[in-house]
Design a protein around this ligand. Structure first.
Ligand code: CAA
Length: 258
């Protein structure tokens, strides 16, 4: 069992929870914290007993960005040599569905981490932004790409060029978040949502996630072709036989791989 100092982990049923736990820095994402998040997420990914992951912070801050104090003195060459931020690319490769439960500040790397998750449930006090421009830099954890795909060019440009922060209601209207809930209900809501995902067949939820993610990487015809291969592969799984049999027998499915 790994021990962590910057995150907390807890399993509730088939839901693995990762809580960012660096309150004195509003959960600023240091390199060490990124490594802990990746280690925990990979462990959940490899565990057949975990069908979905929730990543969350505190009610004050999901994360206020990459750790500015850690980065400030770095040279460009060091950033290249250390392949800074690459830990987040590895996190995006985790196949288990991941829900971000976001309250408070989700700024810079915090907004980017939330977007690396598969979808975001936001508390009504959530604030999203890419204020890196005010620090003389741009996002480095995928924000320029994922924010643009999520909310379109006009809003992404405005936010990234001015550093404007977006509230939860606008984030929902813009398609950045799936749903907004009262801050006190956030974690339970996210866990309940993740539990629904975790009650499905894990290889099939992994397949669904892969299919949707392919939509951002491929032309339409190629994506549809990939989807066709993926659904055909589902028919090789016992869980497809069980799911369809359960429907016909008018009973809940008992998926084997959950
Ligand atoms: N890195 C390091 N420390 C941070 C931090 C960050 N991103 N954000 C907050 N902190 C620290 C503060 O320095 C402070 O610590 P000290 O008391 O030791 O100075 C502590 O957290 C509490 O912060 P504040 O006192 O500033 O709290 P506040 O309520 O007055 O303001 C805030 C909250 C508006 C979020 C403000 O902290 C802030 O603007 N933070 C920086 C936001 C930002 O620019 N994020 C982008 C970072 S760059 C990035 O993420 C690059 C990338 O693409 C990966």
């Amino acid at each position: 069992m790994e021990t962590y100092s910057l995150i907390l982990t807890e399993q509730r049923g088939r839901v693995g929870i990762i809580t960012l736990n660096r309150p004195e820095a509003l959960n600023a994402l240091s390199d060490a914290m990124g490594q802990e998040i990746l280690t925990a997420a990979k462990a959940y990914d490899a565990d057949p007993g975990v069908g979905a992951i929730v990543i969350t912070g505190s009610s004050r801050a999901f994360a206020a960005g990459a750790d500015i104090k850690e980065m400030a003195a770095k040279s460009s060459v060091e950033m290249y040599q250390l392949d800074w931020f690459s830990v987040w690319d590895a996190l995006a490769q985790v196949r288990t569905p991941m829900v971000a439960a976001v309250a408070g500040h989700a700024l810079g790397g915090g907004c980017e981490l939330a977007m690396i998750a598969d979808f975001i449930i936001a508390a009504d006090n959530a604030k999203f932004g890419q204020p890196e421009i005010k620090l003389g830099v741009i996002p480095g954890m995928g924000g320029s790409q994922r924010l643009t795909r999520a909310i379109g060019k006009a809003k992404a440009m405005e936010m990234m060029l001015t550093g404007r922060v977006m509230g939860a209601e606008e984030a929902e209207r813009s398609g950045l978040v799936a749903r907004v809930v009262p801050v006190d209900a956030l974690l339970e809501d996210a866990i309940a949502t993740a539990a629904i995902i975790a009650s499905m067949s894990k290889p099939v939820t992994m397949t669904a996630k892969a299919a949707i993610n392919a939509a951002f990487e491929t032309p339409l015809a190629e994506g549809v072709k990939l989807e066709r291969h993926l659904i055909f592969s589902c028919f090789a799984m016992e869980d497809q036989k069980e799911g369809m049999a359960a429907f016909m027998e008018k009973r809940p499915a008992e998926f084997k791989h959950r």
